[in-house]
Design a protein around this ligand. Structure first.
Ligand code: KG4
Ligand code: ZN
Length: 343
């Protein structure tokens, strides 16, 4: 029997990227993203500027997604949008737009939790991409999030551990800032680390009362004091040792992540391990995970890069699952800046 196609338009505007995608069932037809370059000049995301840029980008981005998908507005069966978590001013732009369009087109509205979307991006239908079986563990790492989750089902998530202060992406970006690198510094640390010695410098790893929780604010302070101390001895210390410093910082951060992930796997007995979020682009993390396939018997799941950083396709896949469950939202649904994974 021929299965009827469901077309979902999805919108993501939780932080500084405006995204729109069209999915045909679990397959992505288009996935458009407008990055906001403006924040680089300020060394971080400026919320006020982010919401303004969303205002400018949202209409063209949605139009482009529909055009690239080769469908017309009347083919769309539902609109999915990011309800939270994220920056309120940014979320409001996507939320209001989605609501208005759902009324105009007279089609259902589906509110999506951005954190669930990062995880469920693994279920986007892609060639050469395997989907993790339940239950699996997911290390969700980005500029805003750091969690180890146990994924029991499409709509059942258990937080095993999370950061008590900075997210791991912030740890990368703030360290990079201390080194005078532009925002976002994570990808640059990764790049320079490839040229350096990862055991050149040692940074103490932070302690947390729950052994699966993370803490990164202490590391940032340790790096700051280390750089100040070395600067007193050699004012060109950063310049002369940039690659080694980057390699050592990255090694420390990746070690912290992997130790906890290993512990979570041992405690739960789960060896299907997924990663999600922008930081999963990091080459040291990918290399280490691959090595654990042999040494620890893990099967690891890493989505294509375009679905790891903030994007609308991941909002669309959750929208599709919710559509199949007739799980729709009313027009009075509110954007929610703080939203837990199970909400
Ligand atoms: O998921 P994402 O695009 O946006 C958020 O939801 O935060 O993640 C962005 C974060 C930034 O902190 C960025 O520096 C970091 O991911 N990042 C990396 C790498 N690529 C992106 N961090 C380390 N190594 C990378 N290769
Ligand atoms: Zn995100």
């Amino acid at each position: 029997m021929h299965k009827k196609s469901i077309y979902i338009l999805s919108i993501e505007s939780s932080c500084d990227d405006t995204g729109a995608a069209i999915l045909q069932n679990d397959t992505v037809l288009s996935n458009v993203i407008a990055n906001q370059k403006i924040h680089a000049a300020y060394g971080g995301v400026v919320p006020e500027l982010a919401s303004r840029a969303h205002q400018q980008n949202i209409v063209p981005v949605v139009q482009q997604a529909i055009e690239l998908a080769g469908i017309s507005k009347k083919d769309i069966n539902a609109i999915a949008f990011t309800r939270g978590p994220g920056l309120m001013g940014s979320l409001l732009v996507g939320t209001s737009f989605a609501k208005s369009l759902s009324i105009a087109l007279n089609i259902p509205l589906i509110a999506v939790n951005h954190m669930q979307a990062h995880v469920l991006a693994h279920f986007i239908n892609e060639k050469n991409q395997k989907k993790p079986p339940f239950p699996f563990l997911c290390l969700t790492i980005s500029g805003g999030h750091t969690q180890i989750l146990k994924i029991i089902n499409y709509n059942e998530f258990e937080i095993l551990g999370e950061t008590i202060d900075d997210a791991v992406g912030e740890a990368f970006d703030k360290s990079a800032k201390l080194l005078g690198l532009p925002y976002p510094g994570g990808p640059l640390i990764d790049k320079y680390a490839k040229l350096g010695n990862k055991t050149a410098f040692k940074f103490t790893e932070p302690k947390t009362s729950n052994e699966l929780d993370f803490s990164f604010s202490g590391l940032k302070t340790a790096i700051l004091y280390f750089l100040q101390r070395e600067h007193r001895k050699d004012e060109n210390f950063i310049k002369n040792n940039l690659y080694d410093i980057c390699a050592s910082i990255q090694y420390t951060i990746v070690n912290i992540l992997m130790k906890k992930l290993k512990l979570a796997s041992t405690k739960t007995g789960i060896k299907n391990i997924a990663i999600a979020g922008g930081v999963s682009a990091n080459s040291e993390i990918r290399k280490t995970l691959k090595a654990f396939e042999n040494s620890l018997g893990w099967t690891t799941y890493i989505p294509n890069f375009e679905y790891t950083t903030d994007n609308a396709a991941m909002i669309g896949i959750v929208g599709y699952f919710k559509y199949l469950n007739n799980d729709f939202d009313e027009e009075n649904t509110m954007a929610t800046s703080r939203l837990k994974i199970n909400e």
